[in-house]
Write a protein that binds this ligand. Structure first.
Ligand code: ZN
Length: 418
């Protein structure tokens, strides 16, 4: 009797295994990666489940080596990539969407790709992708970058070395297309787009306790969506719902395609050697309200650079200085909303000394969408980091933000609230 049961269970397990989708779902898996060597010659090796087509090239400002791959899932030990070795201070990896993945190696200085190659599978060992990196001068680095991008480069006598790069002579990779907008909103409901900053290959700021900006802002984004959906008054959309990378322009385009009535970008800052804490709200301005705001906008605008996306041809419609009526109106709405938001969140969180500021953030540049960027606090400050890590606090903050949105769109409703 017991034996019968055991047999039955075994047969069921076998059936379940047979029905499970095979490993075909994830075409290629990176199962390990490591750095070796020293500052005169550093080797990056990735163990992959099967050989792939790839391209390797350098990007300047800051010095980086980029490995472009097809759709690869990364099954690496968490935290791998954070340890410096030789010419590489750190590496990151992740999907870029549209069947593309990328590994970004941050170099300590100008480097050249000495060679890169695939090692076929050997008995008991996976195929490997190997990139050998050597130091060079800034001039030779820039010449290599220029040549990879199809520009004439000065003769630096390094042609042999540079020819070893596997990058086809082509323009920088195309950005992933903008996210598909969801269907049109129900009439009468305001569309709110929540934009959790960073994601995927770009972690954003990281606290001393290893709290990552991309995770914190995503958690707050989900809380805010829940709070807004609970009112039944809003059509709420998120630029990203999970841990994935999104270029800045795709976030703006998503807000525009969604015909958003309000766009809220969520971030958390980090400063070294200063004790600053509290939240700050930013609206768009061509002239930053102060040097600090300008520096922050430059930092946040580097999100695409972190992922190795350097866009040469920017969309003039979005990036141009569009001081037209639509933008002025959007900006006035954004400023008016940010004042209400500051008032509502003040009892829930600390604010910086100057909580309403303006600067040229890329994500705030939709001319037809009132847009606000909220720095929730400083991951470098222990009190802020503790708040940001607390689900209860995130819940209270989201409720306060939802109240501000209510009072922005329906002042009468907000006034009647007990
Ligand atoms: Zn950020």
């Amino acid at each position: 009797m017991v034996l019968d049961h055991v047999l039955l269970v075994l047969i069921l397990i076998l059936f379940a295994l047979a029905l499970m989708p095979g490993t075909a779902a994830a075409e290629v898996v990176a199962k390990g990666a490591r750095l070796g060597g020293d500052a005169s010659h550093t080797r990056f090796t990735a163990d992959i489940s099967k050989p792939v087509s790839y391209s390797v090239y350098v990007l300047p400002d800051p010095y980086r080596v980029i490995v472009d791959l097809p759709d690869v899932s990364f099954d690496l030990v968490p935290g791998s990539g954070r340890k410096a070795m030789g010419l590489i201070s750190e590496y990151r990896y992740g999907g870029l969407g549209q069947g593309r993945s990328r590994i970004v190696l941050d170099a300590t200085g100008p480097v050249l790709i000495e060679k890169s190659y695939l090692v076929p599978a050997k008995k008991g060992a996976s195929p490997q992708l190997v990139v050998d990196i050597i130091p060079t001068s800034d001039e030779a680095f820039r010449a290599s970058f220029a040549r990879d991008n199809g520009q004439p480069a000065p003769d630096d006598g390094m042609a042999g070395l540079i020819a070893a790069t596997a990058r086809p002579a082509a323009a920088p990779p195309e950005p992933p297309a903008a996210l598909a907008a969801e269907p049109a909103p129900a009439p009468g409901r305001k569309v709110i787009v929540i934009d959790p900053g960073h994601g995927g290959i770009d972690p954003g700021a990281i606290s001393p306790g290893k709290l990552r900006e991309k995770d914190v802002v995503l958690a707050v984004g989900h809380e805010l969506r829940k709070a807004l959906q609970a009112t039944g008054r809003y059509d709420v959309r998120m630029t990203r719902e999970g841990d994935r990378f999104l270029p800045l322009k795709a976030r703006v385009q998503f807000a525009r395609d969604s015909k958003a009535d309000l766009f809220i970008s969520l971030h958390a800052d980090m400063v070294r050697g200063q004790s600053v804490r509290g939240a700050t709200l930013y609206t768009l301005s061509d002239t930053a309200s102060d040097a600090e705001a300008e520096a922050l906008a430059q930092k946040e605008n580097r999100a695409d650079i972190i992922a190795g996306l350097d866009f040469g041809n920017e969309n003039p419609e979005i990036t141009g200085i569009l001081i037209d009526l639509a933008q002025r109106e959007s900006k006035n709405h954004a400023v008016s909303f940010s004042k209400k938001l500051a008032a509502e969140i003040a009892p829930v969180t600390e604010m910086t000394g100057k909580p309403l500021r303006a600067a040229g953030f890329v994500v705030l540049k939709a001319p037809d969408v009132p847009s606000v960027l909220m720095e929730l606090g400083f991951l470098s400050d222990p009190a802020d980091a503790e708040r940001l890590a607390s689900p209860a606090w995130r819940n209270r903050l989201a409720a306060a933000m939802a109240r501000a949105i209510d009072s922005h769109f329906s002042p009468a409703l907000a006034a009647s609230r007990p």
